[in-house]
Ligand binder design. Structure first.
Ligand SMILES: [Zn+2]
Ligand SMILES: [Zn+2]
Length: 81
């Protein structure tokens, strides 16, 4: 359940295995209200699929994180040597 002091009597919805106030289930980036089960998620936070999730974690974001993985792999190999 979100911990906000507002919406105490608001309708509740379930998504990401948690309960949310209907108006608190919104995109972390653009604050668009989301439909339970009809949105993307990252680190337990709700995001809309487009444009936010695609912009933040889409193919471009996946590429940069795989480069980051490779860099940390390289540096751990370096430490072992
Ligand atoms: Zn709330
Ligand atoms: Zn969004």
């Amino acid at each position: 359940m979100c911990k906000c002091p507002n919406h105490r009597h608001a309708e509740k919805v379930s998504s990401l295995g948690k309960d949310w106030h209907k108006f608190c289930l919104k995109c972390e980036r653009c604050s668009k209200t989301l439909n339970p089960g009809g949105h993307a998620e990252h680190d337990g936070k709700p995001f809309c699929h487009k444009p936010c999730y695609a912009a933040l974690f889409g193919p471009k974001g996946a590429l940069s994180s795989s480069i980051k993985d490779r860099l940390s792999f390289t540096s751990s190999v370096f430490v072992i040597l």
